[in-house]
Write a protein that binds this ligand. Structure first.
Ligand code: ZN
Length: 442
């Protein structure tokens, strides 16, 4: 593994993909999700899945499918004051249909604003409770109040029996043990949460298609909460083979990286991210598991307790742009997307390459000079550290320490330990231990 290499061209490509997804009005079901998956499937051959309204999934049920074609609030002259075509955040997501002339006092009961952030439109949903509503800036609400009188109120939406839609892509590895990456596809025009995650996950899947990996990688593009519940409900048997999982969302904003640990707290994915953060020049924050956040809540529910962490930049629900119209395309950048991508790739590379080796000459140090190893290292830029790494690998390769254990004990980056191990294996000084494959003792 090489240390985090940030690929800015890739960052631009992720930004462009996020920009393409941004205008689509998505929800937990409906054509917005399908259109989004169509775009992602141009890049990676995702497999589409659907489950019908009314189907039981764990303690839940697939809801009605929601679709919307138009919505507005117009004044007496027919002029649209609030227009869904300007921003799909203007409609309460999953809103029931309405077509009525209403006095301001009555309309006001169905309007959501952020008085503290008077220029921003909030993003609100009402999935499991039938309601209609409009979201707007507080200034727009005051404008409606000024106009007063009656308004024409139209939400041209449909809530009908249909399907929940999601997508999966599986990259087969040398083993059928899996690493799962998951991201949500249910938010409308919000750039960081989560067009950024959709773009990163898809382009990472594209990269893995070209690589040989030890683990099998499963990529999930699912509606938040109900999507992970559905997937878990249908794949309960498969969960035993999941060795690591990552929910990724909000990966393009300017904040420093945040990694939220799995419920287990000591899973290999928790250790891999801690390791990457420790050896990076970029800032990062590790937070303990809490049962609040994104789909890791379902993957880490006690009946599954899967080793799933969450990678994001700004912590959900804490940054001022969160779930508002300020989470737009100027809030994310290719540079931050590229940094998130490199961080995630490096952490997963550690998991993919971590293994147990056995020193074949454990009695005394083997004579390295005779095998030409010092000469090889002489050519390496950071010769002293490579040398030290080699001595650590020889000393701790007793079948009970993995390469990540050794890297942590040595205080050296995994990449240097891994490179030393490869060199020693080539010289037949170490060999795979029978412990190989024993991962994630948690
Ligand atoms: Zn969200």
């Amino acid at each position: 593994m090489t240390a985090a290499t940030v690929d800015l061209a890739l960052g631009t490509e992720m930004y462009d993909l996020a920009s393409r997804l941004f205008p689509i009005c998505r929800s937990i079901t409906g054509d917005g999700v399908r259109r989004t998956l169509d775009i992602l499937s141009e890049i990676v051959p995702f497999q589409r899945h659907e489950l019908a309204t009314g189907t039981a999934v764990l303690d839940w049920e697939i809801p009605s499918e929601w679709n919307i074609s138009d919505a507005y609030i117009a004044d007496k002259t027919g002029k649209r004051i609030i227009d869904f075509r300007d921003s799909n955040l203007h409609v309460l997501n999953y809103s029931t249909p309405i077509r009525a002339i209403l006095p301001f006092a009555e309309l006001k009961e169905h309007i959501f604003t952020l008085p503290e952030q008077p220029d921003l439109i909030p993003y609100r949903t009402s999935y499991y409770q039938a309601n209609w509503g409009f979201c707007m800036s507080h200034r727009q609400l005051l404008q409606l109040e000024d106009i007063g009188g009656d308004f024409e109120v139209v939400i041209d939406s449909r809530l009908e029996p249909g399907h929940l839609t999601w997508a999966e892509y599986v990259h087969p590895g040398a083993t059928s043990d899996e690493i799962v990456l998951s991201t949500h596809v249910c938010h409308p025009s919000l750039a960081n949460d989560n067009c950024s995650g959709l773009a990163l996950l898809t382009l990472f899947a594209r990269e893995l298609r070209k690589r040989k990996t030890r683990f099998t990688y499963r990529f999930l593009v699912i509606p938040g909460t109900i999507g992970s519940l559905t997937w878990l409900s249908l794949n309960q048997e498969r969960t035993a083979s999941i060795k690591a999982g990552l929910v990724l969302t909000g990966v393009g904003d300017p904040s420093a990286r945040t990694y939220k640990k799995s419920r287990r707290g000591t899973a290999i994915i928790d250790r891999a991210f801690a390791h990457v953060f420790r050896h990076s020049t970029e800032q990062g924050k590790i937070i303990d598991f809490i049962p609040y956040g994104y789909d890791e809540r379902q993957f880490c529910s006690p009946g599954f307790n899967l080793p799933f962490g969450l990678f994001q930049r700004g912590q959900f629900a804490t940054y001022p742009e969160y779930h508002t119209s300020a989470d737009n395309l100027s809030f994310i950048s290719g540079d931050r997307l590229a940094d998130s991508y490199a961080t995630i790739r490096d952490a997963l590379d550690i998991i993919d390459r971590d293994r147990f080796l056995l020193n074949l000459h454990p009695k005394g140090e083997p004579q390295l000079g005779r095998r030409g190893i010092y000469t090889k290292i002489g050519g390496v830029a950071d010769a002293w550290r490579s040398n030290l790494a080699m001595l650590w690998v020889l000393n701790l390769s007793d079948g009970t320490h993995s390469l990540l254990d050794i890297a942590e004990r040595a205080g050296l980056p995994f990449g240097i330990i891994h490179a030393a191990a490869e060199m020693l294996e080539e010289a037949a000084l170490v060999a795979p231990s029978p412990e190989a494959g024993r991962l994630d003792p948690a």
